[in-house]
Design a protein around this ligand. Structure first.
Ligand code: SF4
Length: 303
């Protein structure tokens, strides 16, 4: 049996959503803003490490971001993009009026900030592979997927970098048990990477980091802990996996695979934001979203 990491992630978010997408082939509603953000920054980062954005000025990176953003939102959920997150402000005797800001506009501004700061901080990084497909056989199941970035550092050796653009920083317990992160680490240790149509083995457990892009934004005003203009935080969040953890993970992921194999598809919403972030709410009778504040729901989508 072969299962992709996208299947695993969807199944883990809600098995019923997996059934809708992979068994019933139900149309998903329009692409969400979180998916647009994740795709757009991935494309910008690829260019920063060797494409047209190598050695260019911030204005050029911003222009490129504008371009990829327009492409990315072609099939996006327009209602979500147009949702106002900052209300307009009327003119006062000292200040001119300011127009309202929508979710889409704010996402584009953030995308530019992330790309420009990433280019400043990471341009010299030794990126060995970007968006590299892998396959990893555990038991009788082969898991497949794509790793955003693999680097080599003189101090640590192999590093896997997992990009994250969610509006809330993921908690420690979530990161510690996240299946995608574990599978990426496991794939470098036991699996095969597909590079230039060849399958290669690394055979080492890498260091793994979540690269949290919103930490590249700057504080707009000072507070007790930070000065105006400082980065919101360190984008590098270590999420390493030990050998013992990866061996335990083999059992865990095979449980998930057997659930898929047996057609076990309960409504079991585990993702923060639940049904509100699901692309199949239009076909599912399990809508339980009334109490969820919409502005808190721009969480990462990994599909
Ligand atoms: S709407 Fe909720 S219960 Fe239904 S498939 Fe989506 S996440 Fe699952």
């Amino acid at each position: 049996m072969q299962i992709s990491i996208n299947e695993i992630e969807l199944y883990m978010n809600c098995p019923r959503a997996y059934k809708f997408w992979y068994c019933d082939v139900m149309e998903e509603k329009k692409k969400s803003l979180s998916v647009c953000k994740a795709n757009a920054i991935r494309k910008a980062v690829q260019q920063i490490h060797g494409g047209i954005l190598a050695n260019v000025k911030a204005e050029d990176i911003e222009m490129f971001c504008e371009h990829i953003w327009q492409e990315e939102i072609t099939n996006a959920d327009q209602e979500e993009l147009d949702t106002i997150v900052i209300q307009e402000k009327p003119a006062t005797s000292k200040k001119e009026a300011t127009p309202p800001v929508t979710k889409g506009q704010r996402a584009l501004v953030n995308l530019k900030i992330w790309a420009v700061h990433y280019a400043e901080m990471e341009k010299e990084a030794q990126v060995i592979y970007s968006d590299v497909p892998f396959e990893d056989t555990i038991g009788d199941t082969t898991f497949t997927g794509t790793i955003s970035q693999i680097r080599k550092s003189p101090q640590e050796g192999w590093q896997v970098i997992v990009f994250n653009t969610s509006s809330q920083i993921p908690g420690f317990a979530y990161l510690k048990r996240n299946f995608s992160i574990s599978l990426y680490a496991h794939a470098l240790w036991q699996g095969l990477l597909e590079v230039n149509e060849e399958k290669i083995s690394i055979g080492e457990i890498p260091a793994v980091y979540l690269y949290y892009f919103p930490n590249l934004e700057l504080y707009k005003r000072g507070n007790g802990k930070s000065q105006k203009g400082e980065l919101k935080g360190d984008p590098w969040i270590p999420v390493h996996r030990s050998r013992a953890e990866l061996l335990q993970f083999e059992y865990e992921i095979l449980y998930v695979a057997s659930g898929i194999q047996l057609g076990f598809y309960p409504m079991n919403v585990t993702r923060l934001g639940g049904c509100e972030l699901c692309g199949f709410t239009h076909g599912c009778h399990a809508m339980t979203t009334d109490y969820i504040p919409k502005n808190d729901l721009e969480l990462v989508e990994s599909k």
